[in-house]
Design a protein. Sequence first.
Length: 143
Amino acid sequence: MEARDTELKKELNATLQARRELGDEYESALVDSFLEKVDQRIDGVVERGMRRRLAEQQMVAARGARTPKPTDSFGERFGFGIVSLVVAIPLSGIGGGVAGLSGLLVTWVGIVGVNVVQAARTHPGIFRGWRRGSAKDGDRWED
């Protein structure tokens, strides 16, 4: 900004010098010329500021478009739950029949894990911010 101020001062000094040399009859033309240069300078500063703000808004919009949002519907959640339970029946039989209680536990840990991953995928941040003893919800956990 300092360089621009120096240029503007030089322009003003040149305009004043030209007025001294040319006299009062050219004063209005010289003032108009100087004001036009000032106006162009102001327009340039405003235009650069507007371009910067527009670029910032576009970046915010682009970042906002990439943020994960819940994409599931009730039907998708319900369907995933039903499929999990239907698949859990034969998997429990196979796991329990082959490896006993430990196989059954491993099977159900896998089923629960898949459902947790699905919940985290469709609702980013669902497992963050739950607090125990909150005044609003008594069932929330503290971090």
